[in-house]
Structures are given as structure tokens and as C-alpha cells.
Design a protein around this ligand. Structure first.
Ligand SMILES: [Zn+2]
Ligand SMILES: [Zn+2]
Length: 341
């Protein structure tokens, strides 16, 4: 029997009696991070990283049973050693390391190897079987260093100020928005936020992540928006909420902006290719560096990555995900749409 197997509710360790990022309520869930496509509602018990406790609580509510452990600290579940190691994706994101009788599995959840200011940096963990995401698992996906992207955002913001337009920047409310805020130059002008972003900013600050001063749009009354940067979730795009800003330039920060046409498709003025996932070189480099003999590929371009691994002589298989949409961020978007008023 394999230590971890796929069931109709996701990855399951029978010996340890727990699921990892289950798709539906289960008794015991080990959760990689608080994005909607990884965090199921209604589980009896959740194990998360200490760093991720606040954002998980913000999503699950006060009544949820959450056990939070520091990165690297072992928890023994029916004799199976479980620890959470930093995944570098968003605040509190973890890879789940599972060890039993000398056999080691690592389930990444979403991960990114370029360190950023809003979460603990990714840590490479050697293992026998590596279960990896593949959101951007195509050779066309190669990221610029984030400093280059933030300079472009700053330039866009300044240029909008010169032409008297508000800068309306869309990014997922949990993770991307805070990374944008931590990366832009706050001396350029005032920064405002959508309520969904501001709620999570509070949790980030309380967890010790420094963010520049931001003001909730709804609390700002009649402000002069023409010098402002406004950070909002993608779901706010095209809604009446955006009308108050008058003349605007819109932008979307996402790995999907790497693709020509993605911006036009969304009727956005600018696209910034900033991703919280590994690009192709980082994905393939990480897989090799784990030393894994077996690789399971999930969340994204599974077929491409499985084929490439096979060509490299690595045993690989595709693992289906909860969302039929190929794109993982779609799941994150779904989760956000349901939360916003
Ligand atoms: Zn995620
Ligand atoms: Zn995901």
C-alpha cells in the first residue's frame, strides 16, 4: 500500500488517518495554505502552519478547530511523522512532509522559490515521492525578477498621476495584494484598498508582515483619486464599485499576464506578470533537486510536465484536481468571488 493515495476527496494517508488539502469535509485535514482551492470548509480538524493560522482563521471563522504548528516541527499522527515546511507562496503556505518507516513524501501545495517580503521563503525538502503543483508548467512561463515587475508598476502609477488618472490594480485578495503592497514605492502617493484586501492586510500586519499604510476605500469618503493607487481583487473588475474613481487606468497582476492576449481578454489597460507560483525553470529545477524517484503532478499543466519528466527518466503520473478548470488561479478566483460583497 502506498503511504499516500488519491481518493474521491483528494490525497489521503490511511496509516496516518489524514487528508491533505481535501476537496470536501473530512475528519482530519492537513492544509497547505488558505486559498480556496486548498482549504475545505467543514472539516472537523485542521492542521496548518503557525504562520498561516491567522489567514486560515479569517477564512474558516471562529468556530473552526485549527491546530497550528511552527514550520519544521513534527506532529505524529498514528505513528506517521508529519511536518510543514515553507512553500514561499503566500503567508503561511506549507509543503507537507510525510515520513513513515524511512519513506518520505512531500506534497507541495502551491509554491514559489523566489523569496518575497510577505512570507517565509521556500525550503527545498528531499524526498522519495514529490507531489508537485504545475500551475505554470509550460516552458513559455519564465518570470522576470520581481524587482523588475515592481519598477514597472511604479512607473505606471507615476504616469497615471501625470495624466490625472487613478491607478486601479487588481490582484487576488489573499497573498498577491499584500505582495504588491509590500513591493510598490509608497512615497509615490496614497494607497487605497478594497474591503476584501483590507481585511487580509489586517491579518498580515498582525502576523508581523510590514505593509505600507493603506486606507479602505469605503472609509475614505470623497477622496482625490487621481494620485492614488487602489488595490482590489479581480472580482471587483467592471462592477459599480469601480465607478467612484472617475478616470482610471486598470492593471492586473498575475502570472497569466505573461501570455499575450490575456490582458485584452480581460479589458485591462496593463498586465504585470507577477506570479506566486514557480515558473518552468524553477519547477523543473526544484523537482530534480528533491532527488525524488517518483513525481506526482497536479494543479495545472499536468500532462506536459508528466511527459517532460518521463523524457528525463523520472517516474511521473498526473493527479486530478478538484477544479476541472486547468488553471489553479481559477479556483482561487472562485473562492474570492463567493466572499465579496
Ligand atoms: Zn494558492
Ligand atoms: Zn492552488
Amino acid at each position: 500500500m502506498e503511504l499516500i493515495r488519491l481518493t474521491e476527496v483528494g490525497l489521503y494517508c490511511e496509516t496516518g488517518g489524514f487528508h491533505i488539502d481535501p476537496w470536501r469535509p473530512v475528519d482530519r485535514a492537513v492544509v497547505t495554505h488558505a486559498h480556496g482551492d486548498h482549504l475545505a470548509w467543514g472539516c472537523r480538524h485542521h492542521l496548518v502552519s503557525k504562520e498561516g493560522e491567522r489567514v486560515t482563521r479569517a477564512r474558516l471563522g471562529e468556530g473552526a478547530s485549527i491546530q497550528a504548528v511552527p514550520y519544521g516541527e513534527a506532529v505524529h499522527l498514528n505513528g506517521v511523522r508529519v511536518s510543514l515546511q515553507p512553500a514561499g507562496h503566500i503567508l503561511g503556505s506549507a509543503q507537507v512532509r510525510v515520513e513513515h518507516k524511512g519513506e518520505v513524501w512531500v506534497v507541495t501545495g502551491d509554491y514559489k522559490t523566489e523569496p518575497d517580503a510577505t512570507c517565509s521563503p521556500f525550503e527545498l525538502v528531499r524526498c522519495h515521492t514529490f507531489v508537485t503543483e504545475s500551475t505554470f508548467g509550460l516552458p513559455i512561463y519564465r518570470w522576470e525578477p520581481q524587482s523588475t515587475v515592481f519598477e514597472a508598476v511604479d512607473r505606471w502609477w507615476r504616469k497615471n498621476q501625470e495624466t490625472g488618472r487613478a491607478s486601479l490594480l487588481f490582484g487576488y485578495a489573499l497573498g498577491k495584494a499584500q505582495r504588491l503592497l509590500a513591493g510598490v514605492d509608497p512615497s509615490i502617493g496614497p494607497i487605497y484598498t478594497h474591503g476584501a484586501v483590507e481585511r487580509l492586510n489586517r491579518e498580515y500586519r498582525a502576523a508581523g508582515i510590514p505593509l505600507p499604510d493603506t486606507q479602505h476605500v469605503a472609509a475614505a469618503g470623497k477622496a482625490d483619486w487621481s494620485r492614488a493607487l487602489v488595490v482590489a481583487p479581480p472580482s471587483a473588475r467592471g462592477t459599480p464599485w469601480t465607478r467612484r474613481f472617475g478616470a482610471v487606468s486598470t492593471a492586473f497582476a498575475s502570472g497569466w499576464m505573461r501570455i499575450r492576449g490575456a490582458r485584452r481578454q480581460r479589458s485591462i489597460d496593463r498586465g504585470f506578470a507577477l506570479s506566486d507560483h514557480v515558473d518552468w525553470p524553477a519547477l523543473t529545477g526544484t523537482i530534480r533537486a528533491t532527488g525524488a524517484e517518483h513525481v506526482w503532478v497536479t494543479h495545472g499543466y499536468t500532462a506536459t510536465v508528466v511527459r517532460w519528466l518521463g523524457e528525463q527518466g523520472i517516474d511521473a503520473r498526473a493527479v486530478p484536481t478538484r477544479f476541472s478548470d486547468e488553471r489553479d488561479d481559477a479556483g482561487e478566483a472562485v473562492a474570492e468571488e463567493t466572499e465579496e460583497a
